[in-house]
Design a protein around this ligand. Structure first.
Ligand SMILES: [Zn+2]
Length: 694
């Protein structure tokens, strides 16, 4: 049958037959276009090579069992969209590189790969893509410019004899225009802005480039971020099929995925008596699967959905009854660190226990990282506003301007307003447990130098202790905001540099900035004089400090007198206004040019108590209190709140020295030499004791 005969036959056929014939012809033509298809996992084991720069082990690729079907589905022409919600350490980047090589050499496709930003792109090309192209031998026949700079081999563009590869940062909408692609990849999808310059999601803009392709393919992989604000979570939710890797339980023969579990969970990681080395994966039948045993049976595992659909050894989709079914349009995988041999299970438990201990003290950063990058799960933000009523209800009956028992060292935060200074003084104890000790307002004009004198005076005061054997404590360090009256603040810090441990600070609300940021030297211009590099200015990660305080305020109250790392104690003598200011901000999603981010926003006009708390926290971090090991706290405790002397002091009426001043001097001397004193005393103490883990 020649072409005209075929055409007339089609014209005469019924619409249904015509559609079938069209499809048959398309399939026939496809067969001519591509070489006999080899599944990606098979191709990769034959041709893919791990480069030394980016791998623990250089050499030929060998699939981990759970990677095989992931690769085959990514390489399949029948599946249009693949979403991979993943943790770190599961080899996803290598799968991505293998896919690029496979689609270039074996399937001859035009490809585009997006990274969240141009910087991410540069790093990916330099450390991953270029070494891969150099080391995978079969690419040499289709990419002759490997290893040399040319217009066909740039950081943005690679021209193969069989197609092209564009590599782009995903921030600008223009980067998604004017490309014609068959395959588009989004690496670290959840790192992309939620809305690309108001034109929509990255996947929407990038997938448009696939229109017109015979085999359009969109590959989206990422560690997840915050629940409800996470691109890969959104993509996974829209999938037709969601799969997890199942292994067969040796105890009851049932297939199940590996789960982290958690307290009281029937399935998940279980260890005994706080010993990470005893970890095993418990199944609800009671069987405990060790990692060694898992690594013996993982080869017989398979990807399976809640509805029983799975992928067989040939990469086909099979329903619960074992029948092969058409491939779904959009398939999602979830995989996390326990599946890979890269990390040991005891190691994961240790990471978790460390992160949990920090979270107990109110610092949730590591736990969030664990959930996102080890479990591959979204992080659920909760309680974005602390409640001032609840907070005031749990206040304790201790006197202000007195150091409560347990607080061993004081720092202050100072906020400068147009007509006043506000000074918040906090006491710190073991594990950064803290007590509000004082909030003091001084009226005056910061533009006038002599008005600062009462501020300096106040910072020099000492606070009596509630501990009956204890002596008064000074403010060890202070941090002062330089946002208003900047030069006046610089001048103050410069002027008292030798007498008070003072830090000028400037807030930075960039995401993830440390509380104690970097310092830079600033000139001080004051009353016609310039002091070159007269003062150090410290950046303070204000959002980080607010996140930390927010976490600390969630800690449940301890039993009276019991230590409770991170807990924030407040006095019943503090007014409602103080509580309202401490909780004046709430964390909400905000639309920015970069997309949606979580930001602290004022819900009340006044927030000075919160600001001074954050500056006092900065001052505490300047003293490294947040990294004190237990033994340093013990040392400090012995110096500041020594145990009552049972032999000389009558318990009911402690012996008082004849002259209180003499005793004060003596105790101050102990404190100074042992703990803080002048700068040199502090430093030498820190140096001597400082042979510590950090
Ligand atoms: Zn079982």
């Amino acid at each position: 049958m020649d072409h005209s005969e075929l055409a007339s036959l089609i014209a005469a056929a019924s619409p249904e037959l015509r559609a079938e014939l069209d499809a048959a012809i398309a399939r026939g033509l496809r067969a001519l276009e591509v070489p006999p298809p080899v599944r990606m996992s098979v191709w990769a084991e034959e041709h893919f090579y791990l480069s030394a720069e980016s791998s623990y082990v250089e050499g030929r690729w060998k699939c981990w069992p759970f990677q095989r079907a992931m690769m085959d589905v990514i390489g399949s022409d029948a599946v249009q969209i693949v979403t991979v919600r993943k943790s770190a350490r599961v080899g996803y980047t290598k799968i991505l590189l293998a896919a690029i090589a496979y689609f270039a050499q074996h399937k001859r496709r035009n490809q585009g790969l997006y990274q969240p930003t141009d910087d991410d792109r540069d790093e990916f090309v330099n450390t991953e893509l270029d070494p891969m192209i150099r080391d995978v031998k079969v690419l040499r026949t289709v990419f002759r410019d490997a290893g040399r700079k040319s217009k066909n081999n740039t950081v943005k563009f690679k021209k193969f004899s069989t197609g092209v590869l564009h590599v782009r940062g995903g921030k600008a909408a223009k980067n998604y225009r004017r490309l014609t692609l068959d395959t588009v990849y989004y690496d670290e999808l959840s790192g992309f802005d939620r809305d690309i310059e108001k034109e929509g999601a990255a996947t929407k803009l990038g997938d448009k480039r696939l229109e017109g392709s015979t085999f359009p393919k969109s590959v989206r992989g990422s560690t997840p971020k915050i629940k409800g604000h996470c691109n890969v979570e959104d993509s996974e939710a829209s999938a037709d099929l969601r799969l997890r890797y199942h292994v067969r339980c040796p105890g009851c023969d049932e297939e199940h995925p590996l789960e982290w579990g958690g307290k009281g969970a029937k399935n998940g990681m279980r260890w005994q008596g706080g010993n990470p080395d005893s970890v095993a994966h418990i199944h609800h039948c009671g069987y405990l699967l060790t990692q060694a045993e898992y690594l013996q049976i993982w080869g017989e595992g398979r990807w399976k959905s809640d509805t029983g659909v799975s992928i067989d050894a040939e990469g086909r989709f099979v329903d619960a009854a074992g029948q092969v079914i058409p491939a779904p349009r959009h398939v999602a995988f979830h995989v996390w660190t326990a599946y890979a041999p890269q990390a040991t299970w005891p190691q994961l438990v240790r990471e978790f226990l460390d992160a949990k201990a920090k979270a107990k003290r109110g610092d949730i950063a590591d736990l969030k990282t664990f959930v996102n990058t080890t479990l591959g799960e979204t992080w659920e933000e909760k309680g974005d506003t602390a409640d001032e009523h609840e907070l005031q209800k749990r206040a304790e009956p201790y006197a202000l301007k007195t150091v409560p028992v347990g607080a061993l060292i004081l720092t202050a935060g100072i906020d400068v307003q147009d007509k006043r200074w506000e000074i918040g003084v906090w006491g710190w104890g073991r594990g950064m447990e803290s007590w509000a000790v004082d909030h003091h307002i001084i009226e005056g004009n910061p533009a006038s130098e002599e008005d600062w004198d009462p501020v300096a005076e106040y910072l020099r005061r000492r606070y009596p202790q509630a501990w009956r054997e204890g002596n008064s404590l000074p403010i060890e360090a202070s941090s002062i905001d330089s946002g208003h009256h900047t030069q006046a603040v610089y001048n103050f810090v410069r002027k008292y540099a030798g007498q008070l441990r003072l830090h000028a600070v400037k807030g930075s609300s960039d995401e993830g900035k440390p509380i104690k940021g970097v310092a830079s030297a600033q000139d001080v211009s004051w009353q016609g004089k310039t002091y070159k590099n007269g003062v150090k200015l410290w950046l303070i990660g204000t959002d980080t400090a607010k996140d930390l305080l927010h976490g600390q305020l969630q800690i449940a109250p301890p039993l009276p007198g019991q230590p409770c790392p991170g807990y924030v104690h407040t006095s019943t003598d503090l007014p409602r206004e103080w509580y309202e200011q401490l909780t004046a901000e709430t964390r909400i999603p905000v639309k920015t040019p970069r997309g949606e981010v979580l930001r602290w926003i004022k819900r009340r006009p006044r927030n000075e108590v919160l600001d001074t708390r954050n500056y006092a926290t900065h001052a505490a971090h300047m003293l490294d209190l947040h990294r004190y090991p237990d033994k340093l706290w013990t040392r400090l405790e012995a110096a500041v709140q020594p145990a009552p002397d049972l032999f000389t002091a009558a318990p009911a009426k402690p012996a008082r020295p004849a002259k209180p001043d003499a005793r004060e001097t003596e105790m101050a001397a102990v404190h100074t030499s042992a703990v803080a004193g002048g700068d040199s005393g502090w430093r030498s103490w820190n140096r001597n004791e400082g042979k510590s883990p950090w």
